[in-house]
Design a protein around this ligand. Structure first.
Ligand code: V1D
Ligand code: CA
Length: 547
């Protein structure tokens, strides 16, 4: 027997402050990339979610953008040059000549080489970086990138289906303007790549809720709390199988409330991995869609600039339902329980309803266990005592990519001119030749063929292509050393010093003229909906109407 709806209160946040300016990043190419046959990670799920979002009319309540794919140069703000060069060079056809590198960079079964791998990474990272840049400039309150959230990627290693860590890159972008950034991870797997990147700094607090115990990636114990300056700024909540909506809420809300009180972040990054949902192909939790979305709603209620990202999630129809619903939560739209007709309607049978329901599986997390972990986590947070005294008195003139913000403005203008044709029209949509069917996920019936894997696409010009002074991680820049691995634990000695050039000491960060301009191309209809809904086009100056 399956329970219907978990007894959660309706999502909070119906007050006046709940209306947010939401920027949504979607690249209509993303669903065409496919890992290898039989692999559980399917970028096609992002297209399913997008189709629901369009057909529910949610696009009306947010700005839709297609980000410029992140460049090699941008990716190396975190990753090593050699690793990114490898990702850029390797293809299924030449991979045999890279056997040594495949071992070195952990490319193989979990992280296979597939057609368009580098472009896929660029799309994922581009959305998160531009989302962060828009938040930095105060251009939106919430940025969404369901193609992001790839939390396992390391500085020079792929891991757990992740190659380029868009989250770390997005946080690095946020750190240009925000003193403290909070990262929250509700994927069923531990957010190890992000934790590791910021393990030694207090500029980022990482908080991960995850299954722990004989489960990938094997990290994320309660006692892993960060080192040096970062001690107590990594938070881990290890969980057992079968956690349900009510018990998840009973730990998530008090922990996040304590984090907000003690850490006082200036921006939040929320990884919404959908593998913590009930019935996930790889997961082992028992959250309903509403239980999962309660985390989104709760984080939103703090009214902080927030970057919302995807992550894992392997039962595609449930991931799509949940991310569509969560997009609704973020824009303040309640979605009908009956799914709108859409081009992937057959995925949602036999009920064709929105809800992902919890099952009757056993919850191996006793109240007592959860209470003990929660108490310890909150005790650790108290040790941070005060928000760290990072003095962000000056705003860097250069972007992390090395260009000035004025350069970016100019490139933005050029981009707007150069990309007038990026919008997909309904006619083009109708002319699509690839089919995206993949109904039986457990069978995984050669979906890559059906998905029509795309060849590498020449990306449009991006804001940071000019040669400029690199802002080195660990140099006197506003960012902490990312990618540092866990090291033996010294006691904190001194606060992180932030030295930057030229901006006046009292400059209000978000209004600074040095604010980075995003080079997003506005995409009014990245994918047009089916006949059922005809969206109003939202245009910004410089964009064109449909063909
Ligand atoms: F089942 C599979 C079929 C084909 C290829 C891989 C898998 C698979 C399932 N689970 N791989 C895993 C996990 N890997 C291992 C290692 C293999 N070693 C011998 C151990 O257990 C990886 C699970 C990755 C989860 C990724 C994620 O959900 O956290 C995610 N979040 O954002 C993006 C991905
Ligand atoms: Ca997690």
């Amino acid at each position: 027997m399956t329970s219907s709806f978990a007894p959660l209160d309706p999502p909070a946040g119906d007050g006046p402050s709940s209306k947010k300016r939401v920027a949504y990043f979607y690249d209509s190419d993303v669903g065409n990339y496919a890992y290898v046959a039989g692999h559980p990670m399917k970028p096609h799920r992002i297209r399913l979610a997008h189709s629901l979002i369009m057909n529910y009319g949610t696009y009306n309540k947010m700005e839709i953008y297609r980000a410029k794919p992140a460049t090699r140069h941008e990716m190396t703000q975190f990753h090593t040059d050699e690793y990114i060069d490898f990702l850029q060079k390797v293809t299924p056809d030449n991979m045999d000549s890279f056997s040594k590198e495949q071992g070195k960079y952990n490319v193989g079964d979990d992280c296979p080489v597939f057609d368009g791998l580098f472009e896929f990474c660029g799309i994922s990272a581009g959305g998160s970086m531009e989302g962060a840049a828009r938040l930095n400039r105060g251009k939106c309150d919430i940025a969404i990138n369901w193609a992001g959230g790839l939390h396992h990627a390391k500085k020079s290693e792929a891991s757990g289906f992740c190659y380029v860590n868009d989250i770390v890159l997005g946080i690095i972008e946020l750190l240009r303007f925000k003193k403290r950034v909070l990262y929250i991870d509700i994927d069923v797997h531990h957010g190890d790549g992000v934790e590791e990147a910021f393990y030694t700094t207090d500029r980022v607090m990482t908080v991960s809720f995850h299954k722990y115990g004989e489960y990938f990636p094997g990290t994320g114990e309660l006692r892993d709390i960060g080192v040096g300056q970062g001690k107590n700024y990594a938070v881990n909540f290890p969980l057992r199988d079968g956690i349900d909506d009510v018990t998840y809420k009973s730990i998530f809300e008090p922990v996040i409330k304590a984090v907000m009180d003690y850490y006082q972040p200036e921006a939040v990054v929320l990884q919404c991995g959908g593998d913590s949902l009930s019935g996930d192909r790889l997961g082992c939790f028992n959250l309903s869609m509403r239980g999962h979305a309660n985390c989104v709603s709760y984080v939103k209620s703090f009214n902080l600039p927030t970057l919302v990202l995807g992550g894992g999630g392997y039962t595609m129809r449930n991931v799509a339902r949940t991310w569509a619903y969560e997009t609704g939560v973020l824009v303040g739209q309640e979605l009908d329980r009956i799914l709108p007709f859409n081009e992937y309607y057959e995925y949602y049978g036999p009920d064709y309803e929105l809800d992902v329901r919890a099952s009757n599986m056993e919850n191996a997390n006793s109240r007592d266990y959860l209470e003990k972990i929660k108490t310890q986590v909150i005790e650790n947070l108290k040790k941070t005592a005060h928000a760290p005294s990072v003095q962000l008195t000056e705003v860097p003139r250069t972007t992390l990519a090395g260009t000035t913000d004025e350069d970016d403005d100019i490139l933005d203008d050029e981009d707007e001119d150069m990309n007038k044709d990026v919008r997909t029209t309904k006619r083009r949509w109708d002319q699509r030749v690839t089919r995206d069917d993949e109904l039986d996920e457990s069978e995984d019936e050669e979906e890559s063929k059906a998905n029509g894997v795309v060849a590498a696409k020449e990306g449009p010009k991006r804001r940071n292509v000019s040669a400029g002074p690199d802002v080195e991680m660990g140099s006197p820049s506003p960012v902490p050393e990312a990618g540092s691995s866990k090291v033996p634990e010294p006691e904190p000695t001194e606060q992180l010093e932030v030295e930057m050039e030229k901006a006046p000491e009292t400059a209000p960060v978000e209004k600074s003229s040095a604010a980075v301009e995003s080079s997003s191309t506005d995409v009014t209809m990245a994918d047009a909906p089916t006949e059922a809904v005809e969206p109003e086009t939202k245009t910004e100056p410089g964009t064109t109407a449909e063909e």
